[in-house]
Design a protein around this ligand. Structure first.
Ligand code: MN
Ligand code: MN
Length: 312
């Protein structure tokens, strides 16, 4: 079925999509952090001179960031990606736990409560896997999972799921976090492989069929999303599937406020994989911290070099 109104990716090139995904993650984080924990109304007032819309990477926010600075979402992704590369492309739970713990020792500007709690538990027990916890359904394991999507491209569903859980369960051993994370990986990988837009929608519908909490095709726009993975992903999926460019997707999602750096990071990874790096506005690429941008580019290429992309 061809529908002229469906969003089209800018480039069919796998490398452009992988780099787009990683830069998209960092750009979404840097863009969204400015309005993290604001409500949509507060954003409209604060950006009245810009037409009531936040659309530039300017830093600031509650973390008082420099323009182009990123937060824990990107930092934990890069720490995980580095560990995966050091293990020859494998996602090893103990390596992920050590990488996250070492990152926590650098006194990061922000860190989630569940992440902190379970990294302290890891320090004390040296057990990489956290015990199952009904309330550990925050978005912390999903926001950092892009390197897993890149490294496991072309692998079996069972191997992909095991790789996701190895990194995720260090801090979030929870079924909703697992379901959401596997959906994000499926969407990123489908986009990397150049699958159709309806295929991507079907991936997201699989998630909401198995866990109705994630039903995202509602008329009711999810605003002010919390750090609960359900809130986060409903906002991300609504934004991605209701827009037709990288830029409009990211502006839509971060202007919902709430956990905007994390919705921005996850939406940026999916949209970057779909639209490709050439579709990311130049003003955003220029604004991103250049050291972080270089790390993202390098990791994207190296992680995909070790994976086995399926030709579709
Ligand atoms: Mn953050
Ligand atoms: Mn956040």
């Amino acid at each position: 079925m061809q529908n002229a109104s469906l969003p089209k990716p800018e480039s069919a090139d796998l490398k452009s999509r992988g780099v787009g995904a990683y830069l998209g993650l960092a750009i979404g984080d840097a863009l969204g952090a400015t309005v993290e924990f604001l409500t949509p109304n507060e954003i409209r007032h604060r950006f009245a001179r810009e037409g009531g819309v936040h659309k530039d990477i300017t830093g600031g926010g509650w973390l008082n960031l420099k323009p182009g600075q990123i937060t824990d979402d990107t930092a934990m992704s890069l720490a995980l990606g580095k560990a995966i590369l050091a293990d020859g492309g494998k996602v090893v739970a103990l390596s992920a736990a050590r990488a996250f713990d070492n990152w926590m020792r650098t006194s990061p500007i922000d860190i989630g409560n569940t992440v902190r709690k379970n990294l302290i538990r890891f320090r004390n027990t040296l057990e990489a896997e956290a015990p199952p916890a009904e309330h550990d359904a925050g978005n912390g394991a999903v926001m950092r999972t892009l390197p897993v999507a890149l490294a496991t491209l072309g692998q079996t569903q069972a191997d992909i799921a095991a790789a996701f859980r190895a990194q995720a369960h260090v801090t979030h051993n929870n079924p909703l976090s697992d379901a959401g994370g596997l959906c994000v990986i499926a969407l990123v990988q489908a986009a990397l492989q150049g699958q159709s837009w309806p295929n991507l929608e079907a991936q997201a519908q699989t998630l909401s069929a198995e866990h109705p909490e994630f039903t995202w095709q509602t008329a009711r726009r999810r605003e002010n999303p919390s750090g609960y993975i359900v809130d986060t992903l409903v906002a991300v999926l609504q934004a991605f599937f209701s827009t037709n460019s990288f830029e409009s997707c990211l502006i839509d999602v971060v202007n919902r406020g709430g956990d905007a750096d994390t919705t921005g990071a996850i939406a940026g990874a999916i949209a970057g994989a779909w639209y490709g790096v050439a579709a990311i506005p130049e003003r955003w690429q220029k604004a991103l911290n250049p050291v972080i941008a270089q790390d993202c580019r390098e990791q994207a290429e190296k992680l995909m070099a070790g994976s086995m992309p399926i030709q579709v």
